[in-house]
Design a protein around this ligand. Structure first.
Ligand code: RRO
Length: 305
């Protein structure tokens, strides 16, 4: 049975990877799960300089899902290359490095520098962080600005470029098509949906940053709809994400056209989630006599039986 998928020139042994940010740089996960079983490894967003992130509290569990306002905490490019890459290189799955900047030039500089680093297989260009005042989601909200970032990255690297899109837009298809024209090799969607939580007793916002990004099952229908629309409107492959907790959630994303899936919030609930999803997909194919996972990608039936 074939679980292998091709994505932007990368060969993934299965279509399941962590969503950026929910897996750090893999060190903690490696003590619970065999990282070699994953389709790819995806890092937390890297910026040129180290960042401490937003004031606490930065995570709140709501009945509808998880709100985070981490604010791009990361060790910065040079420390990432020096301290995190040697660990990640020990594993076989391709390493996808997520990058974020507050200017177009910062994205380009990150891409240029990471092109020189052994073991970096692809860049996920984060134009959708909801928790920073400069850059982030602002780039991903306008097709022209999104295209400008991707063009600048395209000019300085031959690495595959995966543009990570925000759902906080009027027309996600327009942004997807703009970044495709600008040279993106794949898309990942959706990043988190902006929201807030209120402590009515204290009459205060719960998060130090006031607002945060909502993830988990609450956003799955929104993510499925976005992936379905985008996958039909572009030629490049889509990595689907947003509330994938189980193998059947992952299957739904593949059916609407995702070539691969990323698991985020579920990693925080159980470090085994990704492995269970891979096993669940394998079982589904076996039980339904499907020899190749590629056969179910985009195979949603739109006519009633
Ligand atoms: O670090 C964050 O606050 C963060 C990022 Br960069 C992102 O892309 N999405 C998100 O929900 N949080």
């Amino acid at each position: 049975m074939n679980l292998t998928v091709e994505l932007a020139g990368l060969k993934l042994q299965n279509p399941v990877m962590p969503a950026s940010g929910t897996f750090g740089f893999g060190e903690e996960y490696a003590s619970y799960v065999d990282l070699n079983a994953l389709g790819a490894l995806v890092t937390k967003s890297i910026t040129l300089e180290p960042r401490l992130g937003n004031p606490p509290p930065r995570i709140v569990e709501t009945p509808a899902g998880l709100l985070n306002s981490i604010g791009l905490q990361n060790p910065g490019l040079e420390a990432f290359i020096r301290e995190k890459m040697p660990f990640l290189r020990r594993f076989r799955p391709p390493i996808i490095v997520n990058i974020a900047g507050s200017t177009v030039d910062e994205y380009a500089e990150l891409a240029r520098r990471l092109g020189e680093v052994p073991g970096v297989a692809a860049l996920e260009v984060n134009i959708s962080c909801p928790n920073v005042k400069e850059g982030g989601m602002a780039f991903g909200s306008e097709p022209e600005q999104a295209a400008e970032v991707i063009q600048a990255v395209r000019r300085v690297t031959t690495l595959p470029i995966i543009a990570k899109l925000t759902p906080n837009v009027t027309d996600i298809v327009a942004v997807a098509q703009a970044v495709e024209r600008a040279g993106a090799d794949a898309l990942s969607l959706i990043n988190t949906l902006v929201g807030m939580a209120v402590d009515w007793e204290k009459r205060r916002p719960v998060l130090g940053n006031i607002v945060g990004g909502l993830s988990g099952p609450a956003i799955k229908p929104i993510a499925l709809y976005a992936v379905w629309r985008v996958a039909r409107s572009v030629k490049i492959p889509v990595i689907g994400m947003g509330g994938i907790m189980t193998a059947t959630d992952a299957l739904e994303f593949l059916l609407v056209g995702a070539r691969a899936v990323a698991v985020g919030t579920a990693n925080l609930v159980s470090p085994q989630a990704m492995l269970e999803i891979i096993e669940g997909l394998r079982e589904y194919l076996m039980q339904n006599n499907i020899d190749d996972i590629n056969k179910i990608i985009g195979s949603l039936e739109l006519t009633s039986p």
